[in-house]
Design a protein around this ligand. Structure first.
Ligand code: SF4
Ligand code: SF4
Length: 424
């Protein structure tokens, strides 16, 4: 009797189809080898919201009875493999279904496997991933955070590359031949995809992680009220009014004490306080009331409540005053304004480095400029892949390709590829 339990940790909405295709692929591959399996999402992650961390699970077992035994749980509490499809989630998972910040490796069994799609090195990733009281293996599948399967389907082969990697990690459950067979026979039906899975199988490498390695911080957590502490009836208290800071010169609004949004971000705003004209637009427009009013009238985005939506960057009228930067470029949630106040020259150096780092500035979802989607499609799938426009066999293949004339047309519409009128 043997079983394999995997979770896929992903960004809600953006990666929900990707995650469900991975867990479904795990089960289909296991069935090819005569095993039983089930794929399901976590109840507490529904409804999903843009970017909020969520989980899908796949359980594979030698027999139907053993599978049923493992299904008789709300959700798995111990895992053989965690698959993380957005490396900014290496900082931890804070979803609707979890209270506080759950380290990405928390549920891994000793000697378990953490597989991350990332362009970062293992050492860079380990700056974010919390230490664990047992050793485990870190696997990196080279590639950016994919949103394959979103409304415009982006064929970057991430799901099959992960299946190929998993065949290397757990060969006793998913042989590469079974994975290949499942990919070929499933709706994907593509030799191109089988090639991608096999490449990942051959190239994926791991690194052992010792218990001393990783981010040593204590993850944010809080005590849930006991049943006898709960008030009678249904009361939804409003948030109390905020407090002045530094005498009465500044102001910090009161915020949720339980949902800190440390891990909902894939990007965070970086602010150039020297060019800010104090127009208040960021403060007014931030949907999460993130901005503290500082004693000098500047606005500091508080990283305990920022979800990384980018609205502040969009409304700021000053060029490059607010720039969204990939979350992977940061190691803490400290106040930028305090850093700026301490040493303005050092802050300028820090800010320049953050916003010029092209690897990190690339958004993991969403687009920075019109035409970026066409450029991404034309440049092909992530490392080691082929251009998507080579053609994709299978259902709806024609709709998934792009007309060759619109790959990098700067003013092309994202959805249709049809050049737009000036000023559109
Ligand atoms: S990205 Fe900007 S607008 Fe969005 S939550 Fe953070 S501070 Fe607020
Ligand atoms: S929107 Fe930009 S310029 Fe206006 S207060 Fe905020 S940071 Fe300053």
């Amino acid at each position: 009797m043997a079983h394999l339990i995997c979770e896929v940790v992903y960004r809600g909405i953006f990666q929900k189809n990707l995650a469900s295709r991975i867990t479904r692929g795990i089960v289909l591959s296991a069935r090819k080898a005569g095993r039983w399996g089930i794929a399901f999402g976590r109840y507490g992650d529904s409804p999903q919201r843009n970017g909020i961390p969520a989980k899908d699970f796949a359980i594979v077992a030698d027999s139907k009875e053993e599978l049923e035994q493992h299904m008789a749980r709300y959700e798995p509490k111990e895992l053989h493999v965690t698959i993380c499809v957005d490396d900014t989630l290496g900082k931890g998972v804070e979803s609707w279904a979890w209270y506080g910040l759950q380290p990405i490796n928390r549920l891994l069994l000793p000697d378990g496997h953490l597989l991350v799609t990332s362009t970062q090195s293992p050492d860079d990733l380990l700056k974010d991933i919390h230490t664990k009281d047992s050793p485990y293996h870190l696997w990196i599948l080279p590639g950016k955070a994919s949103f394959g399967g979103l409304w415009v389907y982006k064929e970057d082969h991430t799901e099959v590359r992960i299946l190929g990697a998993l065949a290397k990690i757990a060969p006793q459950f998913l042989s590469i031949d079974a994975v290949s067979e499942a990919i070929r026979e499933a709706e994907w039906g593509s030799d191109l995809k089988v090639d991608s899975a096999r490449k990942a199988y051959e190239r994926i490498e791991s690194r052992p992680v010792r218990i001393t390695e990783g981010n040593p911080e204590t993850p944010y957590a809080f005590e849930l009220p006991r049943w006898w502490e709960m008030r009678e009836g249904v009361t939804i208290p409003s948030l109390p009014i905020g407090k002045p800071i530094e005498g009465t010169k500044g102001y910090r609004p009161e915020r949720s004490t339980v949902f800190k949004k440390f891990s909902t971000r894939t990007m965070r705003p970086v602010i150039d306080f020297d060019t800010c004209v104090k127009c208040t637009l960021c403060w007014l427009q931030c949907p999460d009331s993130c901005f503290d009013v500082m004693p000098d009238g500047l606005y500091d985005a508080n990283m305990e409540s920022c979800c990384g939506c980018g609205v502040c960057e969009a409304v700021c009228p000053v060029h490059n005053c607010i720039t969204m930067v990939n979350e992977a470029a940061f190691e803490d949630n400290a106040s930028q304004w305090e850093m700026w106040r301490r040493d303005k020259d050092a802050y300028k150096v820090w800010l320049t480095e953050k916003i010029q780092d092209k690897v990190h500035v690339a958004r993991s979802h969403g687009f920075r400029y019109r035409g970026q989607y066409e450029e991404e499609l034309a440049s092909g799938s992530d490392l080691g892949g082929r251009p998507v426009t080579e053609g994709i066999p299978g259902e709806n293949a024609e709709e998934k390709g792009l007309p060759s004339t619109v790959h990098v047309h700067e003013s092309a519409s994202i959805v249709t590829g049809i050049p737009e009128a000036p000023g559109a």
